[in-house]
Design a protein around this ligand. Sequence first.
Ligand code: FAD
Length: 393
Amino acid sequence: MFDFDVIVVGAGPAGSVAAKTTASAGLKTILLEKRQEIGTPVRCGEATVTREEIEKFIPISENWINSEILTAKIISPSGKEAHKKKASKIGLIVERKIFDRALAEQAASFGSEIYCRYTVVGLTENGVKVNSFGKEFELTGRYIVAADGIESQVARFAGINNSLKLKELYPCIQYLVKDIEIENGCPEIHVGNQIAPGGYVWVFPKGEKIANIGIGISANKSKDKNAKAYLDEFMGRKFPKGKIIGMILGGVPTSSYTKNLIHKNILFVGDAARQVNPLTGGGIFFALNSGKYAGEAIIEAFTKNDNSLLQNYQKRWDADFGKTFANYSKLRDIFIQTNDKELDFLVEAANQVLKETENETNFNSVIIDTLFKIFSKHPKFLLKAGLSFLKGS
Ligand SMILES: Cc1cc2nc3c(=O)[nH]c(=O)nc-3n(C[C@H](O)[C@H](O)[C@H](O)COP(=O)(O)OP(=O)(O)OC[C@H]3O[C@@H](n4cnc5c(N)ncnc54)[C@H](O)[C@@H]3O)c2cc1C
């Protein structure tokens, strides 16, 4: 007999949705979080998909919506702009502190147990070893969901090497900045090898005169300057009078998702499975989906008493997102090799494409569709990337 049917490690978006899914089907579920409070500290730019897409996971509450994304701008090294001018609701800026807690509360209201300051410190034959306030004990469970984020230790406890190569890990730093002139509803992406080598600076408005301003850079390309130095330079140039009232540090995996999402009775979800957009670094949407898919595969395996059905998580994920991730990875490869002159050209071309197509429904599709259209018009970028699109498609 197990203490629990499902043990979920980590109460981020992926873990909370997994716990809600299995608990709502009547499986005895426990959600373990090492921090004392769910949702803090936030390590996120907080930009995500539309209300409609989020509503599939949790009823919308204005409590955790800071701002609606209506338009967007990409700014090139020399200051050229690709501007989606026509307003339509293409995404949200959420208050992760409240959003993450709401997801965990939802899991609880569907019957999951939740414990904070419960750190999983090892795996046992039948479950996990937990440390809480210095006391160590075992919890047994039939299935384990590893939702423990980018540093996933569960993988290591299971003997899986999940370390990221230098080129696959983007160091990030973000400031919460007040008293700045920005257009609420219009996120900005600034690109350029002197601005953010291999990555970008984001300005994500959380309201009038307040924004998350952050940077992610390729550790491989940045040589002797760190992400903070680049961000400080940007702040000095663009928002010298901005008041920094918060700061976060973190890393984003850009490796595309891990090949094997399931190991024995352990299912890896969210950042722990590297389910992060390799081009933009966005992971909230994928974390929500992976929690749901993994939870649903567990329900099937449990009810039919057949653990091979856990593989349905992998099958669904590959079918629904495999190609998308492959495409994002190829776009990232092209982006990383692009010099500033080419970035200027790309941004100008993007502006043209955006003028012609103003009816996209979400932020990601604005970026991705625009890039695809540019590449099909200007195949030299495909050549530059070693024809990786042609080879892979
Ligand atoms: C600077 C930065 C900016 C970002 N901006 C965006 C953005 O704008 N939009 C977007 O979509 N994505 C963004 N992301 C990515 C996004 O934050 C993640 O993809 C998302 O949080 C993944 O959710 P998750 O549930 O997998 O993991 P997490 O949210 O990391 O949650 C993992 C949880 O597991 C807990 N945990 C870890 N180890 C243990 C343990 N041993 N025992 C118990 N609990 C444990 C942690 O405390 C944590 O609460 C950003 C990331 C960074 C670093």
